[in-house]
Write a protein that binds this ligand. Structure first.
Ligand code: NCD
Length: 310
C-alpha cells in the first residue's frame, strides 16, 4: 500500500479508513522497537506543538515521539505564554508556526480550530483536540490498544461510559469504531451526558449499530471493553449542571466482580473519580498500558506524514 499519510492533515479519525488505520498499527508495531531509543529518520525536521489548552499526555507523547525520530521540537503552551495574550489572532500564530516548522500539532478550546489552522498552513496539521469535537490521535491509540489486547478490534462488545456529550476522546473512539465491526456498542451515560444528536446521526449514517443506556449494570457481564471518560467540567456552560452529574458513575471492584473474564477498562486519562484506585492493580486495568502506547502510535503517525523510515 502506498503511504496514504504522506503530507496529510489529521483533523478527524473519520478522515481515515480501516486499511489506513491498519497500516498505522503496523507502523506502531515497528515504532515500539524504538520507543526507548532514538533514530534519525526525521533529522532536520521541526515539529511545532501549539497547545492553547492544557495537556500533559498528548503534548509530552508528541514531543517524545518527535524527538525519538530525531526531529527538533518547538512548543508553545498556555494562551498567556504566547502572543495570543497580546491580541494576536489564531491565523497569524499558525502562519508564523508554519514558516518555522514542518508540521504543527494544535490543541485548542474551540471546535474547528484545527481545521481552520489546516486551511491556513501549507504544512500538515494534526489535531491534538479541538473543543468537544475531535481527538483523532487519541482514537488511533485507543483502537491500537484494543488491537494489541485482543488481537482484533472486530467482534467485541464495547461499552462507552461517561461524558458522551462533551468528551472528544470518547466521541472520536466511537467514530473510530465505525471503521471496524464491533459485535455491540453500548453508549452509557446519565441523561444529561448523552451523545449529541449530530454524533449519533453520523454514526448511524456510517452503519454502526448502538444502544443507549443509563447504567452499566445490565451489560457488565457481557462486554469486552469498557471505555470510561472524565466528565468534561470545563466544557459545561453552567456549573450547576456539572454539579448534578458529578460522580454519577464509578467503575469499582464491586461492579467488576460481575465482569466477564478478560474484560479490559480503557480511559484516555486524566481520571478524576470515574475509576476507583482499587481497580488499578487488577487485570481489568488497561489504561496505563493504553497511555504507554501513545509514543509508538504518534511516532508511527509523524513518520508516515513526514516521510521518515521506521
Ligand atoms: C483527553 C482530552 O484532552 O481530550 N485526554 C487526553 O488527551 N489524553 C480526555 C480528557 O481530558 O478528559
Amino acid at each position: 500500500m502506498d503511504n496514504p499519510y504522506r503530507g496529510v492533515d489529521v483533523i478527524s479519525i473519520l478522515d481515515f479508513g480501516r486499511r489506513e488505520l491498519e497500516l498505522l498499527f503496523e507502523y506502531a508495531d515497528k515504532a515500539q522497537k524504538y520507543a526507548r531509543s532514538k533514530i534519525e529518520s526525521l533529522k532536520g525536521k521541526v515539529v511545532a506543538l501549539a497547545f492553547f489548552e492544557p495537556s500533559t499526555r498528548t503534548r509530552f507523547s508528541f514531543e517524545v515521539a518527535a524527538k525519538r525520530l530525531g526531529a527538533d521540537v518547538i512548543s508553545i503552551s498556555g494562551e498567556e505564554a504566547i502572543s495570543t495574550a497580546k491580541g494576536e489572532n489564531l491565523a497569524d500564530s499558525v502562519r508564523m508556526l508554519d514558516y518555522y516548522s514542518d508540521l504543527i500539532v494544535i490543541r485548542h478550546k474551540y471546535e474547528g480550530a484545527a481545521k481552520f489552522a489546516a486551511e491556513i498552513a501549507v504544512n500538515p496539521v494534526i489535531n491534538g483536540g479541538d473543543g468537544w469535537q475531535h481527538h483523532p490521535t487519541q482514537a488511533m491509540i485507543d483502537l491500537y490498544t484494543v488491537q494489541k489486547l485482543f488481537g482484533t478490534v472486530d467482534g467485541l462488545k464495547y461499552a462507552l461510559v461517561g461524558d458522551l456529550k462533551y468528551g472528544r476522546a470518547i466521541t472520536s473512539f466511537l467514530y473510530g469504531l465505525t471503521r471496524f465491526k464491533p459485535s455491540a456498542v453500548y453508549l452509557v451515560s446519565p441523561e444529561q451526558l448523552k451523545p449529541r444528536e449530530e454524533v449519533l446521526t453520523k454514526v448511524r449514517e456510517l452503519g454502526l449499530k448502538y444502544e443507549v443506556l443509563e447504567s452499566l449494570d445490565p451489560i457488565i457481564d457481557e462486554v469486552d471493553v469498557v471505555y470510561v471518560s472524565r466528565i468534561q467540567k470545563e466544557r459545561f456552560p453552567d456549573p450547576l449542571e456539572y454539579a448534578k452529574v458529578r460522580g454519577s458513575y464509578t467503575i469499582d471492584l464491586k461492579l467488576l466482580s460481575r465482569a466477564k473474564p478478560g474484560l479490559k477498562v480503557l480511559h484516555p486519562l486524566p481520571r478524576v473519580d470515574e475509576i476507583a484506585l482499587e481497580v488499578d492493580s487488577t487485570v481489568y486495568a488497561a489504561y496505563f498500558y493504553q497511555a504507554s502506547l501513545a509514543v509508538p502510535v504518534r511516532m508511527a503517525l509523524l513518520s508516515l506524514i513526514l516521510g521518515g523510515e521506521l
